[in-house]
Design a protein around this ligand. Structure first.
Ligand code: T3D
Length: 259
């Protein structure tokens, strides 16, 4: 049986938009859909022509997490998590370019974890965020138990995880879970405009900045300053650095090419 496509990837210049596309299941993910997603995220990561990625959902949800109707979903959960959930988060966090989440509707369970792994989050007015795991007596996965407290702090993260309640857009904004809330019909265009602006920035430097700030969430000041020194050597040698300095001295806008 041919597997129905579970997401699509569209390119507009240097911006790639990945749309989770199982709207009848609120874009809930199966093992097969996660594998395919990991493959495409890795391909986008390696594609120098792509300088920013937007992640969104088709229909009325962003992603409802694990497809609770998937047959045999409970078999080999350990392998499933290691082989399909963790690699999604690793692909997003490790992507050497920004990833912008356009949260068009409910982001629940692993769907919320995936959104939290992104670098920028915009949310539609009617969307909800939900640490749904405890509602079905599970623990957070897909990185949710690390990502959420790093964004909102332990006490708020625990409350959201323990209650599994719905967080509406105004609260999500107040908690810094998202950076902007927009009318639903403006969300994707706004996310893609931001992605376009980010794609025109010096991509190598942004990728290294992402790496540094992720390292800073775990490492000491001394460790991070050491990594800064290493990455600055590479940044100084980039064509974009030369272009940035020339543009400054010539009093014009820089034209960064991502190299
Ligand atoms: O098993 C493992 O591998 C372990 C790993 C787990 C990772 C996880 O992600 S666990 C968390 C799984 N996700 C959830 O528990 C979320 C369940 N869904 C909801 O809480 C709500 O549906 C939403 C908050 C996402 C949206 O609420 P609402 O009111 O807008 O929609 P609804 O009426 O609840 O759902 C609409 C339909 O989508 C409904 O089907 P129906 O009745 O129209 O035929 C519902 O069953 C279906 N649906 C929603 N979420 C899922 C789903 N079907 C399958 N899997 C889902 N996750």
């Amino acid at each position: 049986m041919t597997e129905e496509p579970a997401h699509r990837v569209e390119r507009d210049g240097a911006v790639a938009t990945v749309t989770l596309d199982r709207p009848d299941a609120l874009n809930a993910q199966t093992r097969a859909s996660r594998r395919a997603l990991v493959g495409d995220l890795r391909a986008l990561s390696a594609d120098d022509g792509v300088r920013c990625v937007v992640l969104t959902g088709a229909g009325r949800a962003f992603c409802a997490g694990q497809d609770l109707r998937e047959e045999n979903a409970l078999e080999n959960v350990d392998a499933t998590i290691r082989e399909t959930y963790i690699p999604i988060v690793e692909a997003i966090v490790g992507m050497p370019k920004p990833v912008v989440a356009a949260i068009n509707g409910a982001a629940a369970g692993a769907g919320l974890s995936i959104a939290l792994a992104c670098d920028v989050r915009y949310m539609a007015e009617g969307a909800v965020l939900m640490m749904a795991f405890s509602n079905i007596a599970l623990v957070p996965d897909c990185g949710g138990s690390w990502l959420l407290p790093h964004i909102v702090g332990y006490a708020r993260a625990f409350e959201l995880a323990a209650t599994g309640r719905r967080v509406a857009a105004d609260e999500a904004l107040a908690l810094d879970l998202v950076q902007r809330v927009l009318p639903a019909d403006e969300l994707l265009a706004a996310a893609q405009a931001t992605a376009g602006a980010l794609a025109a920035r010096p991509t190598l430097a942004l990728g290294w900045t992402k790496r540094l700030m992720r390292a800073a969430e775990q490492g000491s000041l001394a460790d991070v300053m050491e990594l800064e020194a290493q990455l600055q050597v590479a940044a100084v040698a980039s064509s974009d650095h030369a272009e940035g300095v020339n543009a400054f001295l010539e009093k014009r806008d820089a034209r960064f090419e991502g190299r």
